[in-house]
Design a protein around this ligand. Structure first.
Ligand code: TYD
Length: 219
C-alpha cells in the first residue's frame, strides 16, 4: 500500500504523515515506512540540498525538474519498491503530484510531458491513496515562514521566496488534480485543527481500506 501526502508549504502534511505512521506502527510494528521527497535516499539528500538552497537562484525550470525526477527514480528503486515488495505500507511526504503542481501549474511546464517523465521515474509504482491537505496560499506561506524563523533558518527556502501568485497556482493545481481523480484523492481542509484533519484521514482510509488501521476501540 502506497499513501502519499500532498499540499502547499505550511499545510501541515508532515505532521499528518507522522501521525498516520505512528498509528500504523503502534498496531503492527515494522509494517510501515515513512519517507519523503526530495531527500528519501542517500543520493536524494544531496539533491535536496541543491534544490532547497536559496542561493541557487539561476536554476532553470527544466534543470529543477530533472533534479526532482532523479531524486524520485532513485528513491523508488532503492527505498519505495523494496518496502512495497516486503508488504510494508509506504507513506511519502510528497510524490508525483508535487511535480505536476509545482513544475506544471507553478512553473508552467507541459503537464503531459511531466506525466510521462513521472512515469519513467516511478515505473508503474502509483499511490493507492493521495491525501491532499488544502490551504489558501497566504496562510500556508505565512505558516512556513514562521516555522523557518522559529527554527532560526534566517534564509528562506527557494520556494518560500517565490511570489504568492506562484503558490496560488500550485494550490489550484493540486485541487484540479484531485478533482480529476476523486477515487485516489482524499482532500481535507488544512485550516482545521490537526486532530480534526487526522480524524478525516482515518475515516477516509477506513472507508477505502478497512483492514489497514486498527478498529477505533483499539486505536
Ligand atoms: P520541503 O522543505 O520538503 O517542503 P515541505 O515541508 O513543504 O514539503 O521542500 C520541498 C519543496 O520541493 C517544496 O517547496 C515543494 C518542492 N517540490 C517540487 O517543486 N517538485 C517536486 O516534485 C517535489 C517532490 C517537491
Amino acid at each position: 500500500m502506497l499513501i502519499t501526502f500532498e499540499g502547499i508549504e505550511g499545510c501541515g502534511k508532515s505532521t499528518q504523515c507522522r501521525l498516520l505512521f505512528d498509528l500504523i506502527e503502534k498496531t503492527r510494528p515494522g509494517s510501515a515506512l515513512l519517507t519523503r521527497e526530495p531527500g528519501g535516499s542517500r543520493l536524494g539528500r544531496k539533491l535536496r540540498s541543491i534544490l532547497l538552497d536559496p542561493t541557487n537562484t539561476g536554476l532553470c525550470s527544466e534543470a529543477e525538474l530533472f533534479l526532482y525526477l532523479s531524486d524520485r527514480a532513485q528513491h523508488r528503486a532503492e527505498i519505495i519498491k523494496p518496502a512495497l515488495q516486503a508488504g510494508r505500507t509506504v507513506i511519502i511526504d510528497r510524490f508525483t503530484d508535487s511535480t505536476l503542481a509545482y513544475q506544471g501549474y507553478g512553473r508552467g511546464l507541459d503537464l503531459m510531458t511531466l506525466k510521462n517523465l513521472n512515469e519513467l521515474a516511478v515505473q508503474g509504482t502509483r499511490p493507492d491513496l493521495s491525501v491532499l491537505i488544502d490551504l489558501p496560499a497566504e496562510i500556508g506561506l505565512r505558516r512556513a515562514l514562521t516555522r523557518n524563523r522559529l527554527l532560526q533558518q534566517t534564509d528562506e527556502g527557494r520556494f518560500e521566496a517565490e511570489e504568492l501568485s506562484f503558490h496560488h497556482r500550485v494550490r489550484l493545481g493540486f485541487l484540479e488534480l484531485a478533482a480529476k481523480e476523486p477515487g485516489r484523492f482524499l482532500v481535507l481542509d488544512g485550516s482545521s485543527d490537526r486532530e480534526v484533519i487526522f480524524a478525516g484521514i482515518k475515516q477516509g482510509i477506513g472507508d477505502r481500506f478497512p483492514l489497514l488501521l486498527p478498529a477505533p476501540d483499539q486505536a
